[in-house]
Ligand binder design. Structure first.
Ligand SMILES: Cc1cc2nc3c(=O)[nH]c(=O)nc-3n(C[C@H](O)[C@H](O)[C@H](O)COP(=O)(O)OP(=O)(O)OC[C@H]3O[C@@H](n4cnc5c(N)ncnc54)[C@H](O)[C@@H]3O)c2cc1C
Length: 468
């Protein structure tokens, strides 16, 4: 695709649309908006960064981009892990950060209406202050935007019980790739009026439209929560226990997270804190919810017993807020530790049926060993999504790392495909994984998706270079 350059005339038109203070061409802006948090995707400088404050501005910018053939990359908070917000063809980065208002809070409809730039944690906080719950909970909830969560169909720690972001979206206002403003869905749970356009938009990685207003579903806040920290005698036993426990428990925990020994060490180094049984080969974190104290106690006793039968060496129960938050802070520090201490890494996001989880973690270790690189694994074991993370050994040359990483990825992906899984459970394809899509999908399946993209974005101006 041949795109035009952002010449002075276009900068002036952008200024007319959003005002001078919202059009940035200074080097430090271009550099900041050339990347997200994906370590293996090269930064690309945009030609201009534009901050929209109104839906109508977004529509005008997109119309201008179509007229002049300028690529536009939508951007939320830039915490993405697949290079989705990287402007690979230059052009305009369109930031939604300033559209950050909570527009309506409707507890009687169990709904909240927000702009895309609102940080997800703010929505969680507001709901909880009113005895409600926004159940979406990516580990980046304090830094990622709800618009980015929608575009990536973010997952996180509560998917096992509440589902990924798509389960919480009731309605969307979207600026289409040709600049029209459309609205789909409403504050109702049932709606079969034509195609499910909300579901099509969620997870479309900013390639099918720019989300400018979102109606989210809230649920009652669980009254009591317990978080169990469970060290195991072996890695196999920890993961094998999950499908066994899930099929016999009689209720669904809201989270079951896995941390191998290296992940635990990484979080410990980042926070300068320790958890019990640091030397155990693996830990699980399990969260359960109840509406009264008795059933909470019954649930965690039952869960603890089942875990002990399956190789747990101890079950630590945190049922006050302070201890629970400490455990979750530890879990959420793993990714931050990797980014801080091992910048040359590749964090994967494979997703498989829950019963196949043990194979993924055990084989990933073999794959890394055979290729002479390091690996650690952590993730959402309760929903089948594991962040196998390959790490460059410090002494290894960059060329050798690239070759060994490529081999390791292909082996991991082939195994995942054989187990009936997906290349990405929550981080998206973006730039990072597009060349591997063929391992998982037939040419016809990819072409069918491409046809949707071409039909909606005939000039291919919206977030080009992603997914396909
Ligand atoms: C420490 C850490 C922990 C993380 N943990 C998790 C986790 O547990 N679960 C998880 O799913 N992810 C996780 N992530 C990844 C990331 O936070 C999510 O993908 C998040 O949804 C990205 O949101 P963002 O606002 O930062 O989006 P960005 O990175 O800015 O953009 C992501 C994609 O969304 C598009 N986009 C952004 N806003 C819009 C919009 N309004 N309309 C259309 N397209 C848009 C962009 O074009 C891009 O393709 C983590 C990241 C980090 C750094």
């Amino acid at each position: 695709m041949k795109y035009s350059k952002v010449i002075e005339e276009i900068i002036q038109k952008l200024i007319e649309i959003v005002g001078e203070e919202n059009v940035k061409t200074e080097k430090d802006y271009l550099e900041k908006y050339s990347k997200d948090e994906t370590s293996e995707v090269k930064p690309h400088l945009p030609e201009v960064v534009v901050f929209a404050t109104k839906t109508e501005q977004v529509a005008k910018i997109i119309k201008l981009a179509n007229e002049k053939l300028i690529p536009v990359t939508p951007r939320g908070a830039g915490t993405g892990l697949s290079g989705g917000a990287v402007p690979v063809y230059g052009g305009i980065v369109l930031s939604l950060e300033k559209m950050n208002q909570i527009l309506e809070f409707n507890p009687e409809d169990l709904a909240v209406v927000v702009q895309p730039g609102v940080i997800t944690g703010e929505i969680q906080k507001l709901a909880e202050e009113h005895g409600l719950y926004y159940a979406g909970d990516p580990a980046s909830s304090e830094s990622s935007s709800i618009g980015g969560n929608i575009a990536e169909n973010a997952g996180g720690t509560r998917v096992i019980k509440y589902g990924p972001t798509s389960f919480h979206v009731l309605a969307l206002e979207v600026v289409t790739p040709t600049g029209e403003i459309v609205r789909y869905g409403g504050k109702m749970l049932k709606n079969v009026m034509g195609y499910d356009m909300v579901r099509l938009m969620v997870g479309s990685e900013g390639t099918l439209g720019i989300v400018t207003k979102i109606t989210l579903r809230l649920v009652p806040k669980p009254k009591y929560l317990s978080t169990l920290l469970v060290p195991f005698d072996s890695l196999e036993n920890s993961i094998n226990s999950v499908p066994k426990v899930l099929s016999t428990l009689g209720f669904l925990p809201s989270s079951i997270e896995f941390m191998d020994k290296e992940s635990v060490k990484m979080a410990s180094k980042f926070l300068n804190e320790e958890i019990p049984n640091m030397e155990s080969p693996a830990h699980l974190i399990v969260e359960i919810e109840a509406q009264d104290k008795d059933s909470l106690a019954k649930s965690y006793m039952k869960l603890g017993d089942e875990m002990m039968k399956n190789g747990a060496v101890e079950v630590y129960i945190a049922d006050n807020r302070h201890h629970r938050e400490k455990i979750w802070k530890f879990r959420k520090a793993i990714a931050e530790g990797i980014i801080a201490f091992r910048p040359t890494h590749c964090m994967e996001d494979v997703s498989v049926p829950i019963s196949k989880m043990p194979q993924i973690v055990l084989e990933a270790e073999k794959i890394a060993r055979n290729n002479g690189i390091e690996v650690l694994s952590f993730g959402h074991v309760g929903d089948g999504n594991m962040h196998v993370t390959f790490l460059k050994p410090p002494e290894m040359s960059s060329d050798s790392w690239k070759e060994r990483l490529e081999n390791s990825l292909v082996e991991l992906y082939k195994l995942t495909a054989k187990l009936g899984g997906s290349i990405t459970g929550e981080h998206g394809v973006g730039v990072k994984r597009r060349r591997f899509l063929k391992i998982f999908m037939t040419e016809e399946e990819i072409e069918f998706m491409r046809k949707i993209k071409k039909a909606l974005d005939p000039n291919m101006i919206l977030n080009p270079g992603k997914i396909f």
